[in-house]
Design a protein around this ligand. Structure first.
Ligand SMILES: Nc1ncnc2c1ncn2[C@@H]1O[C@H](COP(=O)(O)OP(=O)(O)OP(=O)(O)O)[C@@H](O)[C@H]1O
Length: 278
């Protein structure tokens, strides 16, 4: 038994004689799904741009010739369908539910693709929300997917916990912004990832700076960034720093995220590139 044993075998990766429950609680995906890599995108709180980064990663990998998918696990604040301008609802058959395909061929599943109205609030308790996310994995016919990006609910509550326990996530990307309590958020993410035995692939700082179109100067409008020191402290890589870009918010609002211009996520994409063969 490890000296630091908490008695919670489900949250520990150690193999020891005292283990009381099976380590692998992962559910199998639908029998018609073959998903090569699953990447969870997490943040400490809402509104820092987690869904935007999830969408941009899916678009970037799709542009590189991979088949990307997005599982929107942010059930109470689903913003993925809107960013991709999806109007149609998901359909199903006796065999399972079909994701909705975007204009450029990215497959999406989100609670907003199942509810009659986009504006219907999801006023559900944690277990029901977590069960829905699990079903997005087990009951959706994803087909062949190279990269599935999961837009996680913010924080470290019971829904993220169930997602990490039931879906075999290969890596985590943490999105932060300069005005948050970044060091605490990153430390929490690192601890959660250790408990779940999932590697953190790196950090993305959103809203990092604003580049003035008139003089080309960069302004730190949300404060100085500390992401480099924090990354070093935890031996993590900073994969990208995204500016505050009015074109990005316009693309989000118009459902045209597939048209974004910018190479900010190239380093993250290079890292992912190395993980899957086309
Ligand atoms: N770098 C950016 N430049 C311009 N606008 C941005 C940027 N990042 C985010 N936004 C705007 O902020 C909105 C919120 O971002 P997003 O939905 O990705 O946050 P979130 O962290 O997923 O929030 P929640 O968890 O509440 O869903 C976006 O729709 C977009 O309009």
């Amino acid at each position: 038994m490890s000296e630091q044993c908490s008695g919670n075998c489900g949250a520990c990766g150690e193999e020891c004689a005292e283990r009381t429950e099976s380590q692998d609680l992962h559910e199998s995906p639908h029998e018609l799904s073959k998903i090569k890599k699953v990447i969870a995108v997490v943040s400490g709180k809402g509104g820092v741009g987690k869904s935007l980064v999830t969408s941009m990663l899916a678009v970037t990998m799709n542009r590189r010739g991979y088949h990307s998918a997005v599982l929107d696990a942010d059930v109470t604040g689903p913003s993925i369908p809107k960013m991709f301008g999806l109007k149609e609802k998901a359909s199903g058959s006796d065999v399972g539910i079909f994701p909705v395909r975007t204009k450029t061929g990215i497959d999406i599943m989100s609670i907003n693709l199942l509810l009659p109205n986009d504006t219907d609030p999801v006023v559900w308790r944690g277990p029901l929300i977590a069960g829905t996310v699990k079903q997005f994995w087990t009951d959706v016919i994803w087909g062949d997917v190279d990269y599935m990006f999961i837009d996680m609910p913010p924080g470290t509550g019971d829904v993220p916990l169930t997602v990490f326990q039931s879906i075999p996530v290969d890596g985590i990307i943490v999105v932060t912004s300069p005005q948050e309590l970044v060091s605490m958020i990153v430390a929490k993410a690192v601890k959660m990832a250790e408990m779940m035995n999932i590697p953190i692939l790196g950090l993305v700082e959103n809203l990092s700076y604003f580049k003035c179109p008139d003089n080309g100067k960069e302004y730190r409008i949300f404060g100085e960034s500390h992401i480099d020191e924090i990354a070093k402290e935890h031996n993590l890589q900073v994969l990208a720093k995204l500016p505050v870009d009015p074109d990005l918010s316009l693309n989000c609002d118009k459902g045209l995220i597939e048209l974004f211009v910018g190479s900010w996520l190239d380093e993250a994409a290079d890292l992912l590139d190395s993980k899957v063969e086309k």
